[in-house]
Design a protein. Structure first.
Length: 506
């Protein structure tokens, strides 16, 4: 049946070339309507550009890296964001010494045209060609960094056109799975046929990442959160297994969809990607090869596996290594170890046979018990872990009118954090509304002591507002872009003024 559909697809694709976005396009591509940050607002040197492609334009910026040696990274974002939201990515890459190109597909951000999968897939080579001719770019040292649909576009372009020396691929999707699961009304179906020929027509030819991956032979780094939904995680792993060339996989524990890794693994995420890109573009990619074999039967039907680790490239220092095994159901088991020399072994007890076993080097590591390590993290990653652990407490404060018990619980959680370390500005901005609600409740009390404490919380709400609200972002599984609590800051400021006025009244 697939061959029959393939025979019809050229005619259908031709008929669909100039149609408006369809349900499948809307399913994958939901461009953000807001515009947030440009490089100049961050004090970064960048060259804006716009050029015509297909039925629209590509717009974006070229950011030169200091002493880049021509090493250049092309960012291909997901279907939910636009180039004004890419500042966390291009900032760390430019700081690491790379040229960076950030752009919008047609219909995203300030690019003209309709946001369609056909445009994202078929116009991407024009972006590559433009970049290769740019002064300061070594066409032999260009890497592509794709997230979600951007990763699928990167794989298809690499398979069909080539032009990249390395790939960073995060949360690679399966368009085929989406076609199976989605009809024009959003109902689940048992066959791709239920989607209809019209939706096949809107899907670009050779669009499936797992089909394109075997034809791509460049070094690649694959990243995905171990806490993503099973179907999505398995889609990424299927494509990874099919990938040609020198490849490595980092299954990030405690992490959902991108950009959540920038919170859970802040600092380490950026260093690992920069290290891979630098080594791969210089022609000497480093990685840890793994070989997994069953060794002994354990209790309760579980099985011990022996995993051999072999260092490929890199320095000769001891490496902290995170070993992850994923089974066919998308269940991930992680174990930390140290690789002292070129070779090492680790034993893992697994409930099911692993379909994928991978090992990643961890820079942000300190020796703990013999043979294992701990990650100290950064204020942002520690704050993210604390926030996640107390999410239910903060949700109670945000639901309707909180009572005193809810306010006490939230205040106690925040006080516990403050005793450990000062609260960072990003985390504080994300909690502005909680500060305000605690302060409002306490200042409504009749006695002086809670009223005085309430003012402290109100002042904290006012102080937590960022100087540049458009630059605030919180990389949770559902990320926050831009400061969302301007109203609470204004209310806190007004209430403080009223309380001060009441105190001065005769």
């Amino acid at each position: 049946m697939q061959r029959t559909l393939a025979a019809f697809s050229p005619l259908l694709l031709f008929a669909a070339c100039h149609t408006a976005p369809g349900p499948l396009d809307h399913h994958f591509l939901t461009p953000a309507g807001d515009w947030f940050v440009e490089p100049a607002q961050l004090g970064r040197t960048a060259e804006p550009f716009e050029f015509a492609v297909g039925g629209g334009t590509f717009t974006g910026w070229f950011l030169p890296g200091k002493d880049s040696g021509g090493r250049t990274v092309l960012l291909l974002h997901d279907g939910r964001t636009n180039a004004s939201q890419l500042f966390p990515w291009y900032s760390f890459l430019q700081d690491a010494g790379f040229n960076v190109c950030a752009f919008d597909y047609c219909g995203f951000g300030r690019s003209k045209g309709a946001p369609t999968l056909r445009s994202a897939y078929y116009d991407a080579p024009a972006m590559v060609a433009w970049l290769e001719k740019h002064a300061g770019v070594d066409a032999a040292k260009v890497a592509w960094y794709g997230t979600d649909i951007g990763a699928a576009v990167a794989l298809r372009t690499a398979a069909v056109r080539g032009g990249c020396a390395a790939l960073v691929l995060e949360d690679v999707p399966s368009l085929r799975d989406r076609l199976r699961e989605t009809t024009t009304t959003g109902e689940a179906v048992s066959s791709t046929l239920a989607v209809g020929f019209a939706e096949f027509a809107r899907a670009p030819e050779d669009c499936e990442p797992a089909d394109n991956a075997p034809n791509v032979k460049v070094p690649s780094l694959w990243l995905t959160g171990a806490d993503r939904p099973r179907e999505q995680l398995c889609a990424t792993l299927r494509a990874y297994v099919e990938m040609g060339g020198d490849k490595q996989l980092w299954l990030l524990p405690g992490t959902g969809r991108a950009p959540h890794a920038m919170l859970t693994h802040d600092g380490e995420y950026q260093r690992a990607i920069a290290r891979f890109l630098r080594s791969a573009l210089d022609g000497a990619p480093e990685r840890i090869a793994v070989d997994c074999r069953p060794s002994a039967t354990a209790e309760n039907g579980t099985q011990w596996y022996e995993i051999a680790l072999d260092r490929r490239g890199g320095d000769q220092e001891p490496w902290a290594v995170q070993v992850a095994a994923a089974d066919a159901q998308g269940s991930v088991t992680v174990q930390n170890t140290w690789l002292e020399g070129a070779h090492g072994k680790v034993r893992m007890k697994l409930a099911a046979a692993p379909g994928v076993v991978a090992a990643a080097r961890i820079d942000d590591a300190q020796r703990a018990d013999p043979g294992v390590f701990a990650r100290p993290g950064t204020p942002l990653s520690r704050g993210g872990a604390w926030y996640a652990a107390n999410a239910a407490v903060f949700a109670r404060m945000r639901e309707g009118e909180p009572d005193q018990a809810a306010a006490d619980a939230a205040a106690a959680a925040i006080a516990a954090h403050d005793r450990l370390e000062p609260m960072g500005p990003v985390l504080a901005a994300e909690l502005t509304d909680v500060f305000w609600r605690i302060g409002r409740l306490l200042t409504s009390q009749p006695s002086a002591e809670p009223r005085a404490l309430g003012r402290v919380w109100l002042r904290r709400a006012v102080a937590s507002a960022p100087d540049h609200p458009e630059q605030h972002w919180w990389p949770a599984p559902t990320p926050t872009w831009g400061f969302q609590h301007q109203q609470e800051v204004a209310l806190a400021r007004d209430l403080l003024q009223k309380l001060d006025g009441a105190d001065r009244a005769p």
